[in-house]
Ligand binder design. Structure first.
Ligand code: PMP
Length: 417
């Protein structure tokens, strides 16, 4: 199948057409939606919306089929079985569900295999998004376990050797991002999974920045759980997914309880269904699931090879734009090394927020701040960085406008040439 031209792909995105003068380089924060996603969600709401998994009406049956076939689509997209995909609010929620489930198990509320004891260790990295840091801080505070982390270097990167040194017999969980949202570094997932497995630790992958951009077979990666968000892969907000190995999900205590999760309820206690129902308490984001599946279908139709080739080209241009600009420091992998399609940077003598404002005044949307990774920024020695990120609709012209504007920042603020 021939790769579609980026100009044609752009035409699928109503927002990009509505703002032809804007350069959108903030897809790592959230991505734009193609008409196919908007139309799928709208058509479902207009024609098929009803309660799912409740009652026996024709309408409920139709809505339930749409909801469950969306799950099948997302499962197939990441090489999983449908019962291994739990709908969540977003990736943050998915990570919390794992941490809270382990916390409940530690209190004796189900499956002993997950229980943490004082002295047990949870290992993360210093590069984690707060979504993959704070839930573990809370878990160790509740259980008396210890939080350890793999430090990052001055570029914000961590090494597999440093991780290996920190995995030992007390390590019970290793949680890390597949792709850093700040540095764009790509973690050696299979190596980490093997090291963790060697110590009997569970692995939790924050796949928020990888699933949208590359073909992922979650089972083949060797990890035990993975979290991702629809809104970073052309889908709606309000929905994400937790993937887990079926035998683990079927035993992980449900963090949230309530309607639709149970087999039997007495006044004293409740028995829970297997995955995914045990985790999906209350009314679910049904139309969002339909939109999420349409986004996965859209990406599948573009083709992972074509997406990868396009992003590689855009990444090269982004890195070059940042690295070749005097007084601008690229964060993360050195130019030429593998990285995801984003580039965070520091402009000498100019605060990241001023950089963002300057670019925004020229119609260029980037993200500035600590990107929910304060410890990483502390190690870099700055409170904030600016980040430009590309996706399927980004053009070389977008990055050229960014490059030209970036080259003018220091002069404008009187910070030198
Ligand atoms: N992890 C990473 C690496 C991310 O980039 C993000 C989003 N910035 C998250 C977790 C959290 O995703 P969400 O806000 O969709 O829950």
């Amino acid at each position: 199948q021939a790769a579609r031209r980026v100009g044609d792909i752009r035409a699928d995105f109503p927002l990009l057409s509505a703002h032809p003068d804007r350069v959108y380089l903030d897809s790592a924060a959230t991505s734009q939606r193609p008409e196919a996603v908007i139309a799928a969600e709208t058509a479902f709401v207009r024609e098929s919306y009803a309660a799912v998994h409740r009652g026996s009406s024709v309408a409920t049956g139709e809505a339930t089929i749409a909801f469950e076939s969306a799950r099948e689509t997302i499962a197939a997209f990441v090489g999983a079985a449908p019962n291994e995909i739990v709908w969540t609010e977003n990736a943050t929620d998915a990570l919390n569900i794992v941490a809270l489930g382990i916390s409940d198990a530690s209190l004796g509320l189900g499956a002993e295999r997950f229980a943490l004891k004082p002295g047990d260790e949870v290992l993360i990295t210093e590069a984690e998004h707060h979504a993959n840091l704070i839930p573990w801080q809370r878990l160790v505070a509740r259980t008396g376990a210890t939080l350890r982390w793999v430090p990052v270097d001055e570029h914000g990167e961590w090494s597999i050797d440093a991780l290996r040194e920190r995995v030992g017999p007390r390590t019970r969980i290793v949680a890390f991002a597949h792709v850093s949202n700040v540095t764009g570094s790509i973690a050696p997932v299979a190596d980490v999974a093997e090291i963790a497995r060697g110590s009997g630790a569970l692995t939790v992958l924050d796949a928020c920045q990888s699933v949208p951009h590359r073909q992922i077979d979650v089972g083949a990666l060797g990890v035990d759980f993975a979290a991702f968000s629809s809104h970073k892969m052309l889908g709606p907000t309000g929905i994400g997914a937790l993937w887990g190995r079926a035998e683990l999900l079927d035993e992980l205590p449900p963090a949230r309880t309530g309607g639709s999760t149970i087999t039997t309820v007495t006044m004293e206690k409740s028995e829970f269904l297997p995955s995914p129902q045990r985790f999906e308490a209350g009314t679910q984001p049904v139309s969002q699931a339909v939109g999420f599946a349409a986004a996965a279908d859209y990406l599948t139709a573009l083709g992972h090879d074509a997406i990868g080739a396009h992003e590689e080209q855009m990444t090269g241009l982004l890195v070059e734009a940042v690295d070749a600009t005097p007084g601008v420091t690229l964060v993360g992998p050195r130019p030429g090394k593998p990285r995801a399609s984003l580039a965070s940077f520091i402009v000498d003598g100019v605060h990241a927020h001023d950089v963002g404002q300057f670019l925004d005044d020229r119609g260029i949307t980037v993200r500035t701040g600590h990107h929910c990774a304060q410890p990483l920024h502390r190690r870099l020695g700055v409170a904030a960085t600016a980040r430009a990120s590309a996706y399927v609709y980004t053009t070389p012209e977008d990055i050229e406008r960014f490059r030209v504007a970036l080259s003018e920042v220091r002069g404008f603020f009187g910070a030198g040439g």
